[in-house]
Write a protein of this length. Sequence first.
Length: 163
Amino acid sequence: MKTRYLLLPALFILASQIALSLEVGAPAPPFVNPGLNKQFVWSRDYLARGWVVVDFFATDCEGCKKELPILEQLLSDFAETGLTIFVLATDAEGGSVVEPYFRKNPTNLTILVDRYQVAAKKYQVKEIPSLFLVDPLGNIVFKEVGFQPDLYERISALLSQGQ
């Protein structure tokens, strides 16, 4: 009888962690973050209106740095579809680190600062880089944790199917 009562809290904790997992098929959480120009970007203006890539990045992450040219190529190749790409820099130092990094490494991607990792927490990011592809209905259709060299091929296949 006592064993049953000991297992009940453990099962409740496990069930709540599973329920909190943000996976493919879930609606993309909204976020509001400042860009490098200090203007705030509201994701609600983009989510559920077109394809959106939400990428969590850090300036000291080697996998993140390898992902940027892939994201730039995706933006270039799928610009006519209205694809939006947000790179959320999660560096704890915020703009004081992120701005100089992107001054040295210019990009056409939309860079947002997530200094306090509010958006990262909403997306339940545990590892950087983490990338989410959101469809025009506002649902996550692809999730990648860690850098994968075939990222372009897999995302472009999904974007091509969705046109």
